[in-house]
Design a protein around this ligand. Structure first.
Ligand code: NAD
Ligand code: ZN
Ligand code: ZN
Length: 377
């Protein structure tokens, strides 16, 4: 049976950085060619949204943020004959939404999709250069990825993966960014090998998933580095073998001691600040790979010691999202198999009305793991 789709819905709209997000009633979006409409069960709360809310990363307003969702497909746009999707499917939506047609997509590099950057990340639109979101007067509202902080969202069918029955429809929301990004960094960025040693600098929502996935790929030692003892305690539960509180001790000395004076094979940087870049490079062994995942404020720069990087053959390998079409289904399989304990990572659930307070708590460092907006609350 085709579900009834209401004319209007509630969404968290950011009209002005100074005012923050407010819940409004706007028109329910409808899918176009190659897209699906998803009734959102939950949307994860990512630090990347905070960059936009604070104005550190520019994005057009008014907009709806929220870029990792789980929900149910309620309408299928045209030309989805080969997507394998049907009304009633439960899905996770990935933030990095490949157009499926550009040169990068053709090469399988969804993470480099040019229209994703030029149309969605810069202009808040989908690939016909328009948005799906409008207020009650018909004025456009821009979409950060699918605009998941709403009761319904439109997602290109390239960017959804079906959720098997056992996957929690609320906690499963974090698969589309926190877990997929971590998978991309471990599998694609670092190309982590069995037995390698790893440091994870900043163990928040994304860092927590990096720990679990590095463990799944056979990391011998996983050193969690953070400034909050509660986050470090949570990291141990997820598979970190050692912890370093870099606010209390010298991270380089601590990691050198743990690794017999060598440093780690791979250092993931998961915050995007000059200080955490320095920490990640400081704990890296000769010939090691530093994989930055954290986004900086605007055109923020970090210092790199030229001669050490050159003479010690160290690599810096940026990693953005993952190859959604291949990797999101794999992440879902890992979650369904219990390899990624996504339920455990979700520590807080907010109703849509509480969204602004929730992001304030994320900003204040009060969220362990990941919080989600649960549309049923
Ligand atoms: N590359 C990508 O595709 C991608 C995807 C998602 C998020 N991100 C970015 O990754 C970063 C992390 O996102 P998140 O949602 O995990 O954030 P989060 O807010 O959940 O976690 C941040 C963590 O950093 C810790 N921290 C704060 N200051 C620190 C310091 N000086 N040293 C070490 N740790 C410190 C906090 O205690 C917390 O555990 C953000 O910059 C976000 O924009 C990038
Ligand atoms: Zn994110
Ligand atoms: Zn593309």
């Amino acid at each position: 049976m085709t579900p009834t789709i209401p004319e209007t819905m509630r969404a968290a709209v950011l009209r002005d950085v100074a005012d923050g997000m407010k819940v409004e009633t706007i028109r329910t979006p409808r899918p176009r060619t190659g897209e699906v409409l998803v009734k959102v069960s939950a949307c994860g709360m990512c630090h990347s949204d905070l960059h936009v809310i604070s104005g550190a990363i520019a994005f057009p307003t008014p907009c709806v943020l929220g870029h990792e969702v789980a929900g149910e497909v309620v309408e299928i746009g045209s030309h989805n004959e080969h997507s394998g999707l049907a009304v009633g499917d439960r899905v996770a939506g990935g933030f990095l939404m490949p157009c499926g047609q550009c040169e990068s997509c053709a090469a399988g590099r969804d993470d480099l999709c040019e229209p994703f950057f030029s149309l969605n990340r810069l202009k808040g639109r989908l690939y016909d250069d328009t948005t799906r979101l409008f207020d009650l007067d018909g004025n456009p509202i821009w979409m950060y990825s699918m605009g998941g902080l709403a009761e319904y969202c439109v997602i290109p069918s390239t960017s959804v993966a079906k959720l098997p029955g056992g996957v929690d429809p609320v906690a499963g929301a974090i698969l589309g960014c926190a877990a997929m990004t971590a998978y991309g960094a471990v599998r694609r960025g670092a190309d982590l090998r069995y037995g390698e040693t790893v440091a994870v600098v900043a163990t928040g929502g994304v860092g927590s998933n990096v720990i679990q996935i590095a463990k799944a790929f056979g990391a011998r030692r996983i050193v969690a580095i953070d400034v909050a003892d509660d986050k470090l305690a949570a990291a141990v539960e997820l598979g970190a073998t050692d912890t370093v509180n870099s606010a209390k001790v010298n991270a380089r000395e601590a990691v050198m001691e743990l690794t017999g004076g060598r440093g780690v094979d791979v250092a993931f940087e998961v915050l995007g600040r000059p200080q955490t870049w320095l920490t990640a490079l400081d704990v890296l062994r000769d010939g090691g790979r530093m994989v930055p995942i954290g986004l900086g404020a605007g055109v923020q720069k970090a210092e790199v010691e030229i001669n050490r990087t050159v003479r010690r053959s160290q690599s810096i390998i940026g990693s953005y999202g993952a190859r959604t079409r291949r990797d999101l289904p794999e992440v879902v399989r890992m979650a369904a198999a219990g390899v990624i304990d996504y339920r455990h990572i979700v520590s807080r659930r907010y109703g849509l009305d509480e969204v602004a307070a929730g992001y304030q708590q994320l900003h204040d460092g009060q969220i362990t793991g990941r919080a989600v907006v649960d549309m049923s609350l």
